[in-house]
Write a protein that binds this ligand. Structure first.
Ligand code: ADP
Ligand code: MG
Length: 239
């Protein structure tokens, strides 16, 4: 039955050691808490997109994953909602010592869009986030980081600045997201991305998202994810 649902939604499990969590048919089946379901209902979404159908149960299971799906297919919420659940599952929230969830994005525009979804879906659970990118003064971003946030959404260059200045640190990051990994590499951010990831504890959960799956992204996934990331591919994207 899981296989039929995957077939219906053009979901391919490309590589996975061991069991892949079953895809979910509905938002309720993903067993999100009420504060997430309420927001989904408020947004008026009818059903999960295919990358969410299979991405949510994997992300919620704590496994590393690679999700490949075309632009506009709902990848942001595929990693953000499990990230919010991840934060709320922490035994105690002590604010002020670096984020728990780090989302790296290649551009300011993308970081801003991700923050908007984050504000919308995280607001009822009092999660604080900040968005860090270059080309604007540091002061507001710096103040928010120092006050403490659970989620940082950042472009690599500005995040490295803040790490070097000691305005934040990544010691508490246990849920690491690399969004638009292909664009990140096209834009030449690989050294920065690797540098940032090397500061995150090795037992973190790592989730990589991309619209395409070229060799350099494959290599990065091998280096950043634990041994056996679940790799899912939606639609006709060539491997
Ligand atoms: P991607 O990152 O794959 O390019 P986005 O995450 O930006 O795509 O999503 C594109 C749009 O679809 C956003 O406006 C988002 O709010 C919306 N969206 C996400 N999930 C769903 C859903 N299950 N049903 C309807 N719309 C959705
Ligand atoms: Mg996206």
């Amino acid at each position: 039955e899981a296989d039929r649902l995957r077939q219906d939604k053009s979901i391919k499990i490309v590589y996975a050691e061991g069991l892949v969590p079953k895809p979910v048919r509905t938002f309720e089946e993903a067993s999100f808490p009420d504060y997430v379901l309420d927001e989904i209902n408020r947004a008026g979404f009818k059903e999960p997109t295919p990358i969410q159908v299979q991405g949510w149960p994997i992300a919620l299971s704590g496994k590393d994953m690679v999700g490949i799906a075309e632009t506009g297919s709902g990848k942001t919420l595929a990693f953000l909602l499990p990230g919010i659940v991840h934060i709320n599952a922490q035994p105690e929230l002590v604010r002020g010592d670096g984020p728990i969830v780090l989302v790296m994005a290649p551009t300011r525009e993308l970081a801003n869009q991700t923050q908007e979804e984050c504000n919308r879906f995280g607001k009822s659970s009092k999660i604080k986030n900040t968005c860090c990118y270059g080309g604007v003064p540091r002061s507001t971003q710096q103040r928010e980081l120092r006050e403490g946030v659970e989620i940082v959404i950042a472009t690599p260059g500005r995040l490295i600045d803040f790490l070097e200045s000691g305005d934040t640190n990544l010691k508490r990051v246990t849920y690491l997201v690399l969004d638009e990994a292909d664009r990140m590499l096209d834009m030449g951010f690989e050294p920065q991305v690797r540098k940032i990831c090397s500061q995150v504890r090795p037992d973190r959960q790592t989730l990589m998202w991309s619209a395409t799956w070229p060799r350099d992204v494959q290599k990065l996934a091998r280096d950043l994810c634990k041994e056996d990331p679940v790799h899912i591919n939606v639609g006709s994207t060539e491997l």
